[in-house]
Design a protein around this ligand. Structure first.
Ligand code: DGL
Length: 284
C-alpha cells in the first residue's frame, strides 16, 4: 500500500563522511530518476576511518536526525565505515527506513575463480564484527586478503584520483594481492570507485573490481517499494529533480567532484550539524 503522495514525494537522504557517497548517489539517480535526493558530506570530520567507534555512531545519528528534520523519507548510509560501526544503533533511533552499504564479499565469492580476493577498505570497516560476519557467511571457501586503504580517502577528498603519488600508493596495496593470486578486488569504501581508472592502470584485466553502488540502489528501490514510499514516475519529457548538496565544510571539493563525476554544477550549501562529540571537541 502506498503512503500519501506528499510523503512519497519527500526526499531521500544520502550521507557519507565526505565525497565517496557520490558514487552511490550516481547509481541512485540512474535507477530512480524521479526521486528527490539530499546529499550530506560530513567533510569537516572526514575521514571517519581514523575516528573511534563512538564518534562515528554519534555523527551518523546526528546527520540522520538532521535529514529527518529536513523531511527525508528514507536514509542511505553511503559509507561502509559508518554502516559497519553504527547502522543497528542508528536504525533503532530513527523513524524512517535505512539502507547501509557493506563490502561486496558475496559477489566476490561468486566471481573469483582463483578463490583469492582482495578487499580494500578502511581499518574501521575491516576490524568490525559486521565485516567478519560477512566473510563467515559468504566466503568460507575464499581466501580474503584485507588491506586498509590508508591515505586513499584523503586523496579523493583532495580530488586527487590519478596523481603519480596516488598510483604509487595503490600499487603498494594491490600488487601484493596480485602476487598472492587474487583475481578479484572488492572496493570496500564508497570513495574507491573514483579510483577505478588508477587501479585499472595497475592491474589491467587481471582483476575484476567489485563496486556495490548499483546493488545499493536496487536495495533502496526494494525498501521504498516495501514501505510504499516510491515517488511517482516522472512525466514524459521531464527532467530528474535537482539534488540538494550539503557539506559540513566549505563544499568546494564537493562542487568540483559533483561536476567531474556527475556532470552537474551543484550549488553546495554549507550546513552545521552539531553532535555530542563535536560539541565536546569545540569546548576543548
Ligand atoms: N566513504 C567512506 C567509506 O565507505 C569513507 C570512510 C572514511 O571517511 O574513512 O568507508
Amino acid at each position: 500500500m502506498n503512503l500519501p503522495a506528499s510523503t512519497r514525494a519527500a526526499p531521500i537522504g544520502i550521507f557519507d563522511s565526505g565525497l565517496g557517497g557520490l558514487s552511490v548517489l550516481r547509481a541512485v539517480r540512474a535507477l530512480l530518476p524521479a526521486e528527490r535526493l539530499v546529499y550530506v558530506a560530513d567533510s569537516r570530520y572526514a575521514p571517519y576511518g581514523q575516528r573511534d567507534d563512538d564518534f562515528i555512531a554519534d555523527r551518523t545519528l546526528a546527520i540522520g536526525e538532521w535529514l529527518v528534520a529536513q523531511g527525508a523519507k528514507a536514509l542511505v548510509v553511503a559509507c561502509n565505515t559508518a554502516t559497519a560501526q553504527s547502522i543497528e544503533f542508528v536504525r533503532a533511533r530513527l523513524p524512517i527506513p535505512l539502507v547501509g552499504v557493506e563490502p561486496g564479499i558475496k559477489p566476490a565469492a561468486l566471481l573469483s575463480r582463483s578463490r583469492v580476493a582482495g578487499v580494500l577498505a578502511t581499518q574501521v570497516t575491516l576490524r568490525s564484527a559486521r565485516f567478519q560476519a560477512l566473510i563467515e557467511r559468504h566466503a568460507a571457501d575464499l581466501r580474503v586478503l584485507s588491506q586498509p586503504g590508508h591515505g586513499l580517502v584523503e586523496a579523493v577528498e583532495r580530488c586527487d584520483v590519478d596523481s603519480p603519488d596516488l598510483v604509487q600508493l595503490l600499487r603498494g596495496y594491490v600488487e601484493p594481492m596480485l602476487d598472492a593470486g587474487a583475481d578479484t578486488l572488492v572496493l570496500g569504501c564508497t570513495h574507491y570507485p573514483f579510483l577505478d581508472a588508477a587501479i585499472r592502470s595497475i592491474v589491467g584485466e587481471r582483476m575484476t573490481l567489485v563496486d556495490t553502488s548499483v546493488a545499493i540502489a536496487r536495495q533502496l528501490e526494494r525498501v521504498l517499494d516495501q514501505h510504499g514510499l516510491r515517488a511517482d514516475a516522472l512525466a514524459s519529457g521531464s527532467e530528474s529533480p535537482e539534488a540538494r548538496f550539503c557539506s559540513t565544510s566549505d563544499g568546494a571539493h564537493l562542487r568540483t567532484l559533483a561536476a567531474a563525476l556527475l556532470g552537474i554544477e551543484a550549488q553546495v550549501e554549507r550546513v552545521s550539524i552539531p553532535s555530542r562529540r563535536t560539541r565536546e571537541l569545540a569546548s576543548l
